[in-house]
Design a protein around this ligand. Structure first.
Ligand code: ZN
Length: 504
């Protein structure tokens, strides 16, 4: 059937061009957050929105729709696991989403989001929720409208969640997260009651910036990040940007009076970067060359940041090196004190500063509240009260003002509703994958203690990175571990940590 093959080649050529344009937009975005002088902001915004318009028009064109439909009828898709079938299946998904939401609604959401973000920034500065509330109400109205356009099986939240975590459902997350919540609340309560306090001051000594950068770079290189195919630069809100084959950009920020920010931040972003560097270059621009979901992406960053980077075995190798790098700050500090300091668990108000365990309760709270807001079980006006009530219930603390409560995150002002759960999904996937990696690799602890990360990275490459979007996140976790997504591996990991450091 030469005719259908020609259509497939035409479809792939078109999406590759779109992938190329997206990576050009990525360079502009990276530059905006690392290099751009303040007066260039407006021109950059014009460049970026022009590109976004071209990309959207090119992809949502009738031509692309026609090519996809033609392919769906072709025998090239006979084997549903063939490259062509996977690409067409995923392009159909993306295409339907792109054409179902009218461009007038897309434009209105981005217009309101710009206003809402600046209202949010000002409201947060003054800790004045009332100033943000009408913007949040408007965003929620628009996102409800978007959900109706996209369509859903059970509830509007499904439609929004599906953008970030394709194939996942609200109902499933509610079950999995509930099984995490109660046990985690109890565990954190026991840790608090243990009376043991982490020697946090060790991390808050003077760590010169240059030495921090050198040390973090060395660690990223040792875990396998390829600096011939990537960079590390400085920014305000750290991120990792995949600009295409051979070009993955990590960013971080340095606080000379806190070791954790840059070091664990670089381990986190390098985890994202290793995923990007593990995507197959020959699939660039097609679904087979793209990451599955935000949750799976986050699982890779959390693996290296938390499961590897905070483990005792990791510091078996790195403690002598960190002592050499910061002799003044670490004079007289033992390996045990150091690792304990890196594993602090205690309730706090701000999500982005939260530890590995309490972090998930910050997410569960947001997940529950944004569902209630979207489904109109909770009015925007009642958000601060509902927030504080859940903080008390889950973490036993109540913020003194909304800046430290419901105004702390930018997400809702940007219209990103359904995004928060992907963070905890990342932790859950990470723990479940890691347990399997330990079983498959046998002596993973010994490898890590010896500074040998190649077997773990090869395992992640083979089982996760190389597949692109061939499997959904749910299918992948089943394929790798033989089980559905579960909260057990994460609870087991955190429970072990609590016994080890807090004796509970
Ligand atoms: Zn991340």
């Amino acid at each position: 059937m030469p005719h259908t093959h020609t259509s497939y080649l035409e479809l792939i050529k078109t999406v590759r061009e779109i992938g190329m344009l997206k990576s050009v937009a990525g360079v502009l975005n990276w530059d905006e957050h690392t290099q751009l002088p303040p007066k260039g902001t407006e021109h950059r915004a014009t460049q970026v929105s022009l590109l976004a318009k071209i990309i959207h028009e090119k992809f949502s064109s009738a031509h692309v729709g026609h090519l996809i439909t033609e392919m769906e009828a072709s025998d090239l898709l006979h084997d549903p696991q063939s490259d062509a079938a996977v690409n067409v299946r995923e392009l159909r998904r993306d295409y339907d989403r792109a054409v179902r939401v009218p461009s007038s609604l897309v434009q209105e959401i981005s217009r309101v989001a710009v206003l809402a973000q600046s209202a949010w920034a000002e409201a947060r500065r003054k800790s004045s929720y009332g100033d943000f509330q009408p913007f949040l109400a408007r965003i929620l109205d628009l996102k409800r409208e978007e959900a109706e356009c996209v369509g859903y099986r059970t509830c509007p939240y499904d439609a929004l969640l599906d953008e970030y975590e394709p194939g996942e459902t609200t109902a499933n997350l509610n079950v999995v997260f509930a099984s995490l919540r109660d046990k985690l609340v109890a565990l954190i309560g026991r840790i608090g009651a243990s009376g043991r306090k982490t020697p946090l001051d060790i991390l808050e000594r003077y760590y010169p910036r240059e030495a921090q950068e050198k040390f973090a770079r060395m660690a990223a290189m040792k875990i396998g990040f390829d600096f011939q195919a990537g960079r590390l630069d400085t920014t305000v809100h750290p991120f990792c940007s995949d600009l295409g084959p051979g070009d993955t950009r990590l960013t971080t920020r340095y606080d000379e009076n806190y070791f954790g920010d840059a070091f664990f931040g670089v381990m986190h972003e390098a985890g994202h970067g290793l995923y990007d560097q593990g995507l197959k270059p020959e699939y660039f621009g097609t679904p087979l060359g793209e990451a599955i979901s935000l949750g799976i992406h986050e699982s890779q960053s959390r693996t290296w940041e938390n499961l590897v980077g905070r483990s005792g075995v990791f510091w078996k190798h790195f403690f002598p090196l960190v002592k050499d790098a910061f002799p003044a700050a670490l004079a007289g500090v033992s390996e045990e004190q150091w690792v304990f300091a890196a594993n602090d668990i205690r309730p706090s108000f701000i999500r982005v500063e939260a530890d590995e365990a309490t972090y998930n309760l910050h997410i569960l709270l947001r997940f529950e509240l944004e569902q209630a807001l979207l489904h109109e079980d909770l009015q925007a006006a009642d958000l601060p009260g509902a927030w504080n009530e859940k903080m008390k219930q889950y973490l036993g603390i109540v913020p003194l003002d909304d800046a430290h409560g419901c105004l702390q995150d930018i997400h809702w002002s940007m219209g990103a509703i359904g995004y928060f759960p992907t963070y905890t999904l990342g932790n859950l996937y990470a723990a479940q994958f890691f347990e399997q990696a330990q079983a498959d690799l046998g002596d993973l602890d010994r490898q890590i203690a010896a500074g040998n990360f190649a077997p773990l990275l090869a395992w992640l490459r083979k089982n996760i990175h190389s597949h692109g979007r061939r499997y959904s996140a749910g299918q992948l976790v089943k394929k790798i571990t033989g089980k559905e997504l579960s909260s057990e591996p994460l609870l087991k990991h955190l429970g072990k940590k609590a016994r080890e450091w807090y004796g509970v």
